[in-house]
Design a binder for this molecule. Structure first.
Ligand SMILES: C[S@@+](CC[C@H](N)C(=O)[O-])C[C@H]1O[C@@H](n2cnc3c(N)ncnc32)[C@H](O)[C@@H]1O
Length: 378
């Protein structure tokens, strides 16, 4: 069972998002332009580029959607202008420099779907000098939030679910961000822009960000809400802001603050974040003061919310001396057998013969080989 096509149905049914990209692409793409559609999914952004007059579109897609995108291009008469490049954008090449690179890898909080890393690479390897990135800038916005229902997800672990002590899980639960649709009524202050990145420039791998806000109404401070505002072109903005009447249908992020505190109008909240977009690691701090007196101080980090087994941690230490598991040896066999002479059927037969103890049937060996071959062969 795969929900991928339905996921893309949701992207396409977000009319605000589609119209924003349509308008921005018509501003950015000139007739005859070469365009890279990075993470093309159904191919929609490339199709909009074709409608805007692009002469060639390189459609890069890392998942199986690329086959569906090909069929959709045919259905719409764009197939002669679109060249498909299956694979991860950072591992593939295109034969010419593009006038425009387009992607919607902005995520919930502006950096968490890879745009930092992918655009840095795309700008260097795909874009011509003076070319255009869509989006051109991405701003990250934050505001203190009153959200007892969201904070209940942290409290849950202290409440003896199933009649047992699950309280150690709270440390993980309080150190992770929760994608959610925030509403304007949950915000305790005006939002502040905590960071803004220009996709046309070299992006920092990790950065510190600070913002200060003043509480506008009394309430309980349960966490910090985060969302993005992307400038797609000169005049088009794309946002999932809870304050925008034209927000796209994408969730925001709630970063909990443990333990919640009552705040009053005029209280100052200093918010600090350390963000590593590539690793999707974020640390958040909040310092609440009232007339100069400290009310509460918080420190959280997704480092402490990561689910990494001690076995994996041991394997990441520089002093660790790796040896291959039986499945690792079988994978090595497949790679060795892909020598440019053997047909796939021979590779499958030989792999099964050499690793009989690993596979219950020849079909299992075939599936194992397919996984390696689809990923690492041409
Ligand atoms: C958020 S969807 C957007 C799809 C389409 N561009 C749209 O606007 O509807 C992202 C798509 O990009 C693909 N993708 C994400 N990162 C990628 C990368 N670095 N290289 C190639 N494909 C990528 C995913 O498989 C997914 O199909």
């Amino acid at each position: 069972m795969s929900l991928t096509v339905d996921e893309h149905r949701q992207y396409l049914s977000d009319a605000v998002r589609i119209e924003a990209f349509r308008a921005a692409i018509h501003e950015a793409v000139r007739p005859g332009d070469v365009v890279v559609d990075l993470g093309s999914g159904t191919g929609i952004l490339g199709f909009l580029a074709c409608q805007a007059g692009a002469s060639r579109v390189y459609s890069i897609e890392g998942g199986g959607m690329i086959e569906l995108a090909r069929a959709l291009a045919r259905a719409n008469g764009f197939e002669s202008r679109i060249t498909y490049r299956p694979g991860h954008s950072m591992h593939i090449t295109v034969p010419e420099r593009a006038d425009v690179v387009i992607a919607d890898q902005i995520g919930h909080f502006g950096f968490d779907a890879g745009i930092w890393e992918y655009f840095a690479d795309a700008r260097q390897r795909f874009l011509r000098e003076g070319g255009t990135m869509v989006p051109r800038t991405v701003a990250l916005l934050v505001a203190p939030v009153e959200a007892p229902d969201l904070f209940a997800r942290v409290e849950f672990w202290s409440a003896r679910p199933a009649g047992l002590d699950f309280s150690p899980a709270r440390e993980w639960a309080r150190n992770t961000g929760y994608p959610t649709h925030l509403s304007a009524t949950q915000l305790l202050s005006d939002p502040a822009t905590i960071a803004r990145a220009d996709m046309r420039e070299t992006l920092a791998e990790a950065f510190q960000a600070q913002a200060s806000v003043r509480v506008a109404r009394p309430g309980m401070l349960h966490g910090i809400g985060g969302w993005f505002e992307a400038q797609l072109s000169e005049s088009v903005t794309l946002t999932n802001s809870p304050l925008s009447a034209r927000r796209i249908n994408r969730r925001n992020v709630f970063f909990p603050l443990d333990a919640p505190v009552a705040v009053l109008p005029g209280d100052a909240i200093a918010i600090g974040m350390h963000i590593n977009p590539v690793e999707t690691v974020i640390a958040w701090r909040a310092h609440v003061t009232r007339k100069g007196d400290v009310v509460a101080t918080y420190r959280h980090s997704t480092w402490s919310g990561m689910l990494i087994s001690r076995e994996d941690l041991r394997r990441m230490r520089p002093g660790f001396v790796p040896t291959l598991t039986p499945r690792g040896v079988a994978r090595q066999t497949v790679l060795e057998l892909c020598d440019g002479r053997r047909a796939l059927a021979d590779v499958e037969r030989e792999t099964y013969a050499r690793h009989r103890d690993l596979f219950a049937s020849a079909d299992e060996a075939t599936a194992f080989v397919a996984e390696v071959v689809t990923r690492y062969s041409d």
